[in-house]
Design a protein around this ligand. Structure first.
Ligand code: MRU
Length: 375
């Protein structure tokens, strides 16, 4: 990164004022056309911004859910009040495990305390969660940058003069609050002087790649090119991708990776072309209670209108929605898919780089320690 102030400090995706229990989030439904911040101020507001995807990305929705619990302690700090709030927040989006993980942490902190002590405790815990997400992502950046550094020494990269990374959806600081998961190694590598270029899958239907990843890479001064989702296989066949780096919303104990729809196809193309396929994630994204990601992960299906309609700004800068399929056509909007562990080259987390083999996953589980009880 060539800016002195990191982009996530200039335009914070998540800012929580613990002293006054105030939250400010960057409205990701307006990017890249407008930088607008929202101030959710209740449990219901937090549920709404997660469901409507004003905030999105697994770690970030965990943080917003935690802030929702801080609001809950001010609305009704009784056990029953907190249970109701946690249930509403948990139901806001089903796939990312970080949501339940953050809620479990908040409940574990608040449960033993008397209701009167809960508001102050909750506010502190939100900041602690934010701090630990930041630290995890920073470490993911360091571990991942070492992998990118090794790849950058290849003859092909040397000849080309830049390392080509392909990413899907948005797993940058917009999805985590700082650094990102898949993009953290890119930012770290660029700061270390490695010439990095990112192929950005547009990521239909909501275009988190074209709208969010391209925007945040531009903010950080990282060279990038947006490609349509179906382009990745072609690029790999022609030696134009050195590594695929993606995030995850829920990864099973054996290393099956659930991520934005289309991730599986990138992994298949990567396997066919001998391109390393790495997944960057904090351990809070691993669901140790499940083995078989394909059968056991609840996949979110969203409204068909996201497939049938396109949103963008006209030359006047005004956001517009256009239909691009016949009126009356049906659509299905499956939001995530699962890439089996056998197609994943490595999991890059805050503890280092792990292969999704039984032995390595057991080692990671031991290092990561016991996870809190799930909501
Ligand atoms: O539907 P979204 O935009 O919340 O999906 C996000 C993703 O799939 C990301 O890749 C994932 O959360 C990675 S975590 C930084």
């Amino acid at each position: 990164m060539n800016q002195s102030v990191p982009a996530w400090e200039r335009a914070p995706a998540f800012a929580f004022d613990a002293a006054h229990c105030r939250l400010s989030v960057l409205d990701q439904t307006r990017l890249p056309f407008e930088e607008r911040w929202l101030q959710p101020a209740s449990v219901a507001d937090c549920v709404r911004v997660i469901r409507e995807m004003n905030v999105r990305g697994a770690p970030l929705i965990g943080l917003v859910a935690a802030a929702g619990m801080a609001f809950a302690t001010r609305e009704d700090a009784s056990d029953a009040g907190l249970e109701r709030a946690a249930a509403a927040l948990l139901a806001s989006r089903p796939t990312a495990v970080n949501l339940g993980w953050a809620l479990a942490r908040m409940r574990a902190t608040l449960g033993p305390a008397p209701p009167g002590a809960r508001p102050a405790l909750a506010a502190r815990e939100v900041l602690e969660l934010q701090r630990s997400e930041y630290a995890c992502c920073e470490r993911i950046g360091a571990h991942g940058a070492a992998l990118l550094g090794a790849l950058a020494t290849s003859e092909r990269v040397q000849r080309r003069g830049r390392l080509n990374v392909l990413t899907h959806c948005n797993a940058g600081w917009l999805a985590t609050g700082a650094w990102g998961t898949a993009l953290a190694p890119v930012y770290r590598a660029a700061a270390d002087g490695i010439a990095v270029h990112v192929w950005v899958d547009e990521t239909r239907p909501r275009n988190q790649g074209a709208r969010l990843t391209a925007w945040e890479l531009a903010q950080a001064g990282i060279e990038h090119t947006v490609v349509v989702d179906n382009c990745a296989g072609h690029l790999m066949q022609h030696g134009e991708v050195d590594v695929c780096l993606v995030g995850s919303d829920r990864t099973s104990a054996r290393g099956d990776v659930c991520n934005k729809i289309g991730t599986y196809q990138k992994a298949l193309a990567a396997a066919d072309n001998g391109v390393p396929f790495y997944v960057a994630l904090p351990c809070s994204t691993i669901d140790w209670s499940i083995e078989d990601g394909l059968r056991e992960i609840a996949i979110e299906e969203r409204d068909a209108s996201e497939v049938l309609l396109l949103e963008g700004a006209g030359t006047d800068g005004v956001l517009r929605t256009l239909r691009h399929a016949p009126a009356g056509s049906r659509a299905r909007n499956v939001a995530f898919d699962v890439t089996p562990a056998r197609l994943v080259g490595a999991l890059v987390c805050e503890h280092g780089v792990f292969a999704p083999s039984a032995a390595e996953m057991a080692r990671l589980r031991a290092v990561a320690g016991a996870t809190p009880e799930r909501v």
